[in-house]
Design a protein around this ligand. Sequence first.
Ligand code: SAH
Ligand code: SF4
Length: 351
Amino acid sequence: MLPLLLDQPFEKWKLGQVPQYRLEQLRHWIFDQGCCEWKDMSNLPKSLREELSKEWDILPMELLRVQGSADTTRKFLWKLRDGHLIESVLIPATEGTRGIRSSRMTLCVSTQVGCAIGCKFCASGLDGLKRNLSTGEIVGQILLARNQAKRRIDNLVFMGMGEPLANLPALLPALDQILSPKGLGIGARHLTLSTSGLAPKIIELAKYPAQIRLAISLHGGDDETRQKIMPINQKFPLEQLLQACEKFIQERKKMITLEYILIEGVNDDLTQAELLVAHAKRLRAKINLIPYNRVDGLEWKRPSVEKIRAFHRKVEQGKPARVTLRMEKGHDIDAACGQLRLRESKNSNIS
Ligand code: SAH
Ligand code: SF4
């Protein structure tokens, strides 16, 4: 397999004797036009394109399947060059108050093929980790999804398949390309990394210079509850995780979000709501409640609407900085991470 051009930051492209202005044309084709095929780059001499195409691949993946329609949540299943499958989810949202409405496009990005963390409720980790994604495969999802969306992507959430903080060596250079005005030009405030709680890596991430947002998958108010569904809690128990968050906040002066999926009979009693609020207040963090999305073959269920509302109300009564209840978009198209790939690989034995 040829090396992937997008794995190298464009500032460092060294393609033999190719002059700088040609490299700039190449950058323009890829990042501004979303063109990932040598043959379409019409203002580069044919001989140069032929020469470069023998040394470098540009296209990191092919679109294998799309679920959903253009005006709703759309899920893309990509086939990487080595045959592995990953997914990204495009989520349109209409926002605005007092009649001023704007539509925003959010992309949920994967960072690994599979996941080694093994949260018991999650489809992504069922088969363990296959491999990390490379920088170009992370950036490629955004470039290619933008082509499909036919418009700019406003927000990125690293909440697809994989644990972003377990792949920092590929992810940080990808963030550089995403943030750069000459790359994808998406502002740091519009980027959210979600982690299952790799405490030392949270502290490492705090040193990254841009003001990206951090979300923590808490899912339990005490060690006992969290441990039932998240084996990572054994390695980094709650107190260690909360202290890492405090360090991050201190360093970045930035609010974080505590994500809390609600699973029937596991973490949905009101004592957990109280503990969740206490942690959020300690960190001055926002809370995002997410009713669980069922996964084929797993026993976990979403609580009843009444139970969800009661939990939400209890959290609100504790007056944390902010609470949102995210009634999952795209529930009907398996939008939760890893689910489309799971189905596809079951059908065709690819992973
Ligand atoms: N590995 C990272 C990011 C990817 S998962 C993390 O765990 O934070 C993104 C979010 O989706 C996490 O909060 C995760 O707990 C949640 N999630 C996973 N499976 C889910 C499901 N079936 N229903 C609802 N949320 C789910
Ligand atoms: Fe991995 Fe996140 Fe799924 Fe846990 S929830 S298995 S960390 S992708």
